[in-house]
Design a protein around this ligand. Structure first.
Ligand code: NAI
Ligand code: MG
Length: 332
Protein backbone atom coordinates (compact mmCIF):
# COMPACT_ATOMS: atom_id res chain seq x y z
CA UNK A 1 0.00 0.00 0.00
CA UNK A 2 1.20 3.51 -0.86
CA UNK A 3 0.48 6.17 1.76
CA UNK A 4 -0.37 9.63 0.52
CA UNK A 5 1.04 12.05 3.07
CA UNK A 6 1.23 15.83 3.07
CA UNK A 7 4.76 17.02 3.77
CA UNK A 8 5.52 20.47 5.13
CA UNK A 9 9.33 20.72 5.22
CA UNK A 10 9.13 24.05 7.09
CA UNK A 11 11.96 26.56 7.36
CA UNK A 12 15.13 27.07 9.43
CA UNK A 13 16.34 23.55 10.20
CA UNK A 14 13.02 22.22 8.82
CA UNK A 15 14.20 21.26 5.32
CA UNK A 16 17.35 19.59 6.69
CA UNK A 17 15.57 17.43 9.26
CA UNK A 18 12.64 16.71 6.91
CA UNK A 19 14.97 15.58 4.18
CA UNK A 20 16.78 13.26 6.59
CA UNK A 21 13.51 11.79 7.84
CA UNK A 22 12.05 11.27 4.37
CA UNK A 23 15.19 9.41 3.32
CA UNK A 24 14.94 7.13 6.36
CA UNK A 25 11.22 6.51 5.80
CA UNK A 26 11.85 5.58 2.17
CA UNK A 27 14.65 3.23 3.26
CA UNK A 28 12.22 1.45 5.60
CA UNK A 29 10.43 -0.04 2.61
CA UNK A 30 7.08 1.64 3.31
CA UNK A 31 5.76 3.32 0.16
CA UNK A 32 4.91 7.01 0.32
CA UNK A 33 3.45 9.45 -2.12
CA UNK A 34 4.49 12.82 -0.69
CA UNK A 35 2.63 16.04 -1.40
CA UNK A 36 5.08 18.70 -0.35
CA UNK A 37 4.08 22.32 0.42
CA UNK A 38 5.75 25.41 1.77
CA UNK A 39 4.10 27.31 4.64
CA UNK A 40 4.83 30.60 6.35
CA UNK A 41 7.11 33.29 4.95
CA UNK A 42 8.33 31.03 2.15
CA UNK A 43 4.78 30.26 1.01
CA UNK A 44 3.91 33.94 1.06
CA UNK A 45 6.62 34.67 -1.48
CA UNK A 46 5.27 32.01 -3.82
CA UNK A 47 1.49 32.10 -3.34
CA UNK A 48 0.82 35.40 -1.50
CA UNK A 49 -0.68 33.27 1.27
CA UNK A 50 0.97 32.00 4.44
CA UNK A 51 -0.92 28.73 4.19
CA UNK A 52 -1.68 28.06 0.52
CA UNK A 53 -5.14 26.74 -0.33
CA UNK A 54 -3.44 23.72 -1.93
CA UNK A 55 -1.90 22.81 1.40
CA UNK A 56 -5.26 22.88 3.20
CA UNK A 57 -6.78 20.76 0.44
CA UNK A 58 -3.92 18.31 0.58
CA UNK A 59 -4.34 17.75 4.35
CA UNK A 60 -8.10 17.48 3.90
CA UNK A 61 -7.58 14.76 1.29
CA UNK A 62 -4.76 12.82 2.92
CA UNK A 63 -5.73 13.33 6.57
CA UNK A 64 -2.10 12.82 7.55
CA UNK A 65 0.77 15.29 7.45
CA UNK A 66 4.41 15.30 8.50
CA UNK A 67 5.52 18.78 9.37
CA UNK A 68 8.85 20.46 9.96
CA UNK A 69 9.04 23.59 12.12
CA UNK A 70 7.89 26.93 10.74
CA UNK A 71 9.23 30.27 12.02
CA UNK A 72 6.65 32.57 13.61
CA UNK A 73 7.59 36.25 13.75
CA UNK A 74 7.74 37.79 17.24
CA UNK A 75 5.64 40.86 17.96
CA UNK A 76 3.93 41.70 14.67
CA UNK A 77 3.73 39.76 11.40
CA UNK A 78 1.51 36.79 10.60
CA UNK A 79 -0.06 34.46 13.15
CA UNK A 80 1.49 31.09 13.83
CA UNK A 81 1.11 28.56 11.01
CA UNK A 82 1.22 25.80 13.61
CA UNK A 83 -1.60 27.24 15.69
CA UNK A 84 -3.65 28.01 12.56
CA UNK A 85 -3.38 24.43 11.25
CA UNK A 86 -4.22 22.95 14.66
CA UNK A 87 -7.35 25.11 14.87
CA UNK A 88 -8.40 24.62 11.24
CA UNK A 89 -8.39 20.81 11.47
CA UNK A 90 -9.53 20.68 15.12
CA UNK A 91 -6.35 18.86 16.13
CA UNK A 92 -7.40 19.12 19.73
CA UNK A 93 -4.81 16.84 21.31
CA UNK A 94 -1.11 17.49 21.27
CA UNK A 95 0.54 14.24 22.27
CA UNK A 96 4.19 14.34 23.35
CA UNK A 97 5.89 11.26 24.78
CA UNK A 98 9.00 12.04 26.87
CA UNK A 99 11.07 8.89 26.97
CA UNK A 100 14.80 8.27 27.32
CA UNK A 101 16.51 6.55 24.43
CA UNK A 102 18.56 3.56 25.48
CA UNK A 103 22.23 4.44 25.14
CA UNK A 104 21.84 8.17 25.62
CA UNK A 105 23.00 9.19 29.08
CA UNK A 106 21.04 12.00 30.70
CA UNK A 107 20.77 13.33 34.22
CA UNK A 108 17.63 11.27 34.88
CA UNK A 109 17.65 7.79 33.34
CA UNK A 110 14.43 5.98 32.52
CA UNK A 111 12.06 8.94 32.35
CA UNK A 112 8.79 7.92 30.73
CA UNK A 113 6.22 10.70 30.79
CA UNK A 114 3.30 11.49 28.53
CA UNK A 115 2.38 15.12 27.94
CA UNK A 116 -1.13 15.77 26.70
CA UNK A 117 -1.66 19.38 25.79
CA UNK A 118 -4.98 21.01 24.91
CA UNK A 119 -4.32 22.32 21.43
CA UNK A 120 -7.19 24.58 20.40
CA UNK A 121 -7.84 27.28 22.99
CA UNK A 122 -6.51 28.91 26.17
CA UNK A 123 -4.35 31.96 25.51
CA UNK A 124 -3.45 30.56 22.09
CA UNK A 125 -6.70 31.83 20.56
CA UNK A 126 -4.65 34.96 19.86
CA UNK A 127 -7.45 37.37 20.80
CA UNK A 128 -5.45 40.43 21.76
CA UNK A 129 -6.29 44.07 21.39
CA UNK A 130 -5.27 47.46 22.63
CA UNK A 131 -7.93 48.72 25.00
CA UNK A 132 -6.44 52.20 25.22
CA UNK A 133 -2.87 53.17 24.35
CA UNK A 134 -0.58 51.44 26.82
CA UNK A 135 -3.12 48.80 27.80
CA UNK A 136 -3.41 45.50 25.96
CA UNK A 137 -5.95 42.83 26.70
CA UNK A 138 -5.37 39.14 25.83
CA UNK A 139 -8.27 36.74 26.15
CA UNK A 140 -7.91 33.25 27.51
CA UNK A 141 -10.73 31.06 26.30
CA UNK A 142 -11.56 27.88 28.17
CA UNK A 143 -14.61 25.84 27.29
CA UNK A 144 -16.24 22.87 28.95
CA UNK A 145 -16.35 21.14 25.58
CA UNK A 146 -12.62 21.36 24.82
CA UNK A 147 -11.56 20.72 28.41
CA UNK A 148 -13.71 17.60 28.66
CA UNK A 149 -12.55 16.42 25.24
CA UNK A 150 -8.85 16.66 26.13
CA UNK A 151 -9.38 15.11 29.57
CA UNK A 152 -11.17 12.16 27.95
CA UNK A 153 -8.32 11.81 25.51
CA UNK A 154 -5.79 11.72 28.37
CA UNK A 155 -7.71 9.18 30.45
CA UNK A 156 -8.53 6.97 27.48
CA UNK A 157 -4.87 7.00 26.50
CA UNK A 158 -3.90 6.13 30.08
CA UNK A 159 -6.38 3.24 30.20
CA UNK A 160 -5.37 1.87 26.81
CA UNK A 161 -1.66 1.98 27.61
CA UNK A 162 -1.77 0.86 31.22
CA UNK A 163 -0.73 4.20 32.67
CA UNK A 164 -1.42 4.59 36.37
CA UNK A 165 -1.75 8.35 37.01
CA UNK A 166 -3.10 11.46 35.34
CA UNK A 167 -2.29 14.91 36.75
CA UNK A 168 -4.20 17.98 35.59
CA UNK A 169 -1.83 20.96 35.71
CA UNK A 170 -3.33 24.38 36.36
CA UNK A 171 -3.19 27.78 37.98
CA UNK A 172 -6.75 27.83 39.29
CA UNK A 173 -5.64 29.64 42.43
CA UNK A 174 -5.19 32.75 40.27
CA UNK A 175 -7.28 32.00 37.18
CA UNK A 176 -10.13 30.78 39.28
CA UNK A 177 -12.75 30.64 36.56
CA UNK A 178 -10.81 29.58 33.45
CA UNK A 179 -8.37 27.08 34.95
CA UNK A 180 -11.08 26.32 37.49
CA UNK A 181 -13.26 25.08 34.64
CA UNK A 182 -10.37 23.10 33.17
CA UNK A 183 -9.74 21.14 36.37
CA UNK A 184 -13.46 20.73 37.07
CA UNK A 185 -13.86 19.04 33.68
CA UNK A 186 -10.74 16.90 34.26
CA UNK A 187 -12.04 15.78 37.65
CA UNK A 188 -15.44 14.93 36.20
CA UNK A 189 -13.89 12.78 33.49
CA UNK A 190 -11.62 11.10 36.04
CA UNK A 191 -14.68 9.60 37.76
CA UNK A 192 -15.17 7.26 34.79
CA UNK A 193 -11.63 5.94 35.24
CA UNK A 194 -11.50 4.67 38.83
CA UNK A 195 -8.44 2.51 38.16
CA UNK A 196 -6.37 5.61 37.31
CA UNK A 197 -5.14 7.87 40.10
CA UNK A 198 -6.10 11.47 39.45
CA UNK A 199 -4.19 14.46 40.82
CA UNK A 200 -4.22 18.24 40.42
CA UNK A 201 -1.00 20.24 40.69
CA UNK A 202 -0.36 23.94 40.28
CA UNK A 203 1.89 24.62 37.30
CA UNK A 204 4.78 26.47 38.96
CA UNK A 205 5.08 23.85 41.67
CA UNK A 206 4.84 21.18 38.95
CA UNK A 207 7.98 22.59 37.30
CA UNK A 208 9.85 22.32 40.58
CA UNK A 209 8.45 18.85 41.27
CA UNK A 210 9.45 17.69 37.78
CA UNK A 211 13.03 18.82 38.11
CA UNK A 212 13.27 17.34 41.62
CA UNK A 213 11.73 13.99 40.76
CA UNK A 214 10.27 13.43 37.29
CA UNK A 215 9.36 9.84 38.21
CA UNK A 216 6.45 10.96 40.39
CA UNK A 217 4.39 11.78 37.27
CA UNK A 218 2.96 9.57 34.56
CA UNK A 219 0.49 11.39 32.29
CA UNK A 220 0.42 15.20 32.47
CA UNK A 221 -2.76 16.87 31.24
CA UNK A 222 -2.28 20.56 30.51
CA UNK A 223 -4.02 23.50 28.94
CA UNK A 224 -2.36 24.99 25.89
CA UNK A 225 0.26 27.44 27.25
CA UNK A 226 1.33 25.32 30.22
CA UNK A 227 1.64 22.36 27.86
CA UNK A 228 3.93 24.35 25.60
CA UNK A 229 6.23 25.42 28.42
CA UNK A 230 6.29 22.17 30.36
CA UNK A 231 7.03 20.24 27.12
CA UNK A 232 10.32 22.10 26.61
CA UNK A 233 11.20 21.61 30.27
CA UNK A 234 10.54 17.88 30.01
CA UNK A 235 12.48 17.65 26.74
CA UNK A 236 15.61 18.37 28.78
CA UNK A 237 15.07 15.13 30.76
CA UNK A 238 15.68 13.01 27.68
CA UNK A 239 18.46 14.94 25.92
CA UNK A 240 16.76 18.09 24.70
CA UNK A 241 14.56 19.38 21.92
CA UNK A 242 16.45 17.41 19.29
CA UNK A 243 14.74 14.27 20.55
CA UNK A 244 11.13 14.81 21.54
CA UNK A 245 8.42 13.93 19.02
CA UNK A 246 4.84 15.09 18.88
CA UNK A 247 1.50 14.46 17.24
CA UNK A 248 -1.39 16.87 16.74
CA UNK A 249 -4.43 14.64 16.74
CA UNK A 250 -8.07 15.24 15.89
CA UNK A 251 -11.00 13.33 14.43
CA UNK A 252 -10.46 14.71 10.91
CA UNK A 253 -6.70 14.63 10.53
CA UNK A 254 -3.33 14.21 12.23
CA UNK A 255 -0.20 16.31 11.87
CA UNK A 256 3.04 14.85 13.17
CA UNK A 257 5.75 17.32 14.18
CA UNK A 258 8.60 17.65 16.66
CA UNK A 259 8.27 19.78 19.80
CA UNK A 260 11.15 22.02 18.70
CA UNK A 261 11.03 25.09 16.46
CA UNK A 262 13.00 26.18 13.42
CA UNK A 263 16.24 26.72 15.40
CA UNK A 264 17.55 29.65 13.32
CA UNK A 265 20.76 29.61 15.40
CA UNK A 266 21.85 26.33 13.79
CA UNK A 267 19.94 26.37 10.48
CA UNK A 268 21.68 25.57 7.20
CA UNK A 269 24.73 24.00 8.83
CA UNK A 270 23.81 20.31 8.67
CA UNK A 271 24.11 20.00 12.46
CA UNK A 272 20.46 19.78 13.62
CA UNK A 273 19.33 16.54 15.19
CA UNK A 274 16.59 14.94 13.08
CA UNK A 275 15.66 12.44 15.83
CA UNK A 276 12.69 14.49 17.10
CA UNK A 277 11.06 14.63 13.68
CA UNK A 278 12.07 11.03 13.03
CA UNK A 279 10.37 9.85 16.21
CA UNK A 280 7.35 11.92 15.16
CA UNK A 281 7.43 9.96 11.90
CA UNK A 282 7.50 6.74 13.94
CA UNK A 283 4.30 7.90 15.65
CA UNK A 284 2.91 8.60 12.18
CA UNK A 285 3.78 5.08 10.98
CA UNK A 286 1.88 3.62 13.95
CA UNK A 287 -1.06 5.88 13.09
CA UNK A 288 -0.90 4.46 9.53
CA UNK A 289 -0.89 0.90 10.92
CA UNK A 290 2.69 0.38 9.78
CA UNK A 291 3.69 -1.06 13.15
CA UNK A 292 6.46 -3.28 11.81
CA UNK A 293 8.22 -0.42 10.02
CA UNK A 294 7.75 1.80 13.09
CA UNK A 295 9.41 -0.84 15.28
CA UNK A 296 12.24 -1.28 12.77
CA UNK A 297 13.00 2.44 12.60
CA UNK A 298 12.78 2.80 16.39
CA UNK A 299 15.20 -0.10 16.78
CA UNK A 300 17.57 1.49 14.24
CA UNK A 301 17.48 4.81 16.14
CA UNK A 302 18.23 2.99 19.39
CA UNK A 303 21.08 1.10 17.79
CA UNK A 304 22.71 4.32 16.59
CA UNK A 305 22.32 5.89 20.05
CA UNK A 306 23.65 2.81 21.80
CA UNK A 307 26.70 2.65 19.53
CA UNK A 308 27.29 6.40 20.20
CA UNK A 309 29.47 6.70 17.08
CA UNK A 310 27.29 8.90 14.90
CA UNK A 311 25.45 11.32 17.14
CA UNK A 312 24.76 14.99 16.55
CA UNK A 313 26.25 17.81 18.63
CA UNK A 314 23.24 18.51 20.82
CA UNK A 315 23.76 15.02 22.28
CA UNK A 316 27.53 15.45 22.52
CA UNK A 317 28.47 13.82 19.23
CA UNK A 318 30.24 15.29 16.22
CA UNK A 319 28.16 13.96 13.32
CA UNK A 320 26.00 16.08 11.05
CA UNK A 321 22.32 15.70 10.22
CA UNK A 322 23.09 13.80 7.01
CA UNK A 323 25.63 11.47 8.62
CA UNK A 324 23.21 10.64 11.42
CA UNK A 325 20.49 9.82 8.88
CA UNK A 326 22.94 7.63 6.95
CA UNK A 327 23.79 5.76 10.16
CA UNK A 328 20.09 5.11 10.86
CA UNK A 329 19.62 3.86 7.30
CA UNK A 330 22.65 1.58 7.67
CA UNK A 331 21.20 0.25 10.94
CA UNK A 332 17.89 -0.41 9.19
P1 NAI B 1 13.68 26.23 18.94
O1 NAI B 1 12.98 25.03 19.42
O2 NAI B 1 13.71 26.45 17.47
O3 NAI B 1 15.20 26.23 19.48
C1 NAI B 1 15.51 26.23 20.85
C2 NAI B 1 16.94 25.74 21.07
O4 NAI B 1 16.98 24.33 20.81
C3 NAI B 1 17.95 26.36 20.11
O5 NAI B 1 19.17 26.51 20.78
C4 NAI B 1 18.09 25.34 19.00
O6 NAI B 1 19.32 25.36 18.35
C5 NAI B 1 17.89 24.03 19.76
N1 NAI B 1 17.26 23.01 18.89
C6 NAI B 1 15.97 22.98 18.49
N2 NAI B 1 15.76 21.93 17.69
C7 NAI B 1 16.93 21.29 17.57
C8 NAI B 1 17.35 20.13 16.85
N3 NAI B 1 16.49 19.42 16.09
N4 NAI B 1 18.65 19.76 16.94
C9 NAI B 1 19.51 20.45 17.69
N5 NAI B 1 19.17 21.54 18.40
C10 NAI B 1 17.90 21.97 18.34
O7 NAI B 1 13.00 27.47 19.68
P2 NAI B 1 13.11 29.04 19.38
O8 NAI B 1 14.50 29.38 19.01
O9 NAI B 1 12.48 29.65 20.55
O10 NAI B 1 12.15 29.28 18.14
C11 NAI B 1 12.58 29.46 16.81
C12 NAI B 1 11.37 29.61 15.90
O11 NAI B 1 10.64 28.39 15.82
C13 NAI B 1 10.37 30.70 16.35
O12 NAI B 1 9.98 31.41 15.21
C14 NAI B 1 9.21 29.89 16.88
O13 NAI B 1 8.00 30.56 16.75
C15 NAI B 1 9.25 28.67 15.97
N6 NAI B 1 8.62 27.47 16.54
C16 NAI B 1 7.93 26.68 15.68
C17 NAI B 1 7.39 25.50 16.12
C18 NAI B 1 6.69 24.64 15.14
O14 NAI B 1 6.78 24.86 13.94
N7 NAI B 1 5.97 23.65 15.57
C19 NAI B 1 7.48 25.08 17.53
C20 NAI B 1 8.29 25.96 18.33
C21 NAI B 1 8.81 27.14 17.85
MG1 MG C 1 6.80 25.05 22.08
Amino acid sequence: KTHKVTLIPGDGIGPEVSNAVVRILEASGVKFDWESYAAGAEAFEKYKEYIPKELYESIERNKVALKGPVTTPIGGGFSSINVTLRKKFELFANFRPIKNLPGLETRYPGVDLIIIRENTEGLYVGLEHEVVPGVVEALKIVTEKASTRIAKFAFEYARKHGRKKVHAIHKANIMKMSDGLFIRCSKNVSKDFPEITYGEHIVDNTCMQLVTNPYQYDVLLLENLYGDIVSDLCAAFVGGLGLVPGANLGHEAAIFEAVHGSAPDIAGKDIANPTALLQSAVLMLRHLDEEAAADRIQAAIEKVYTEKKTLTRDVHGTAGTTAFADAVIAAL
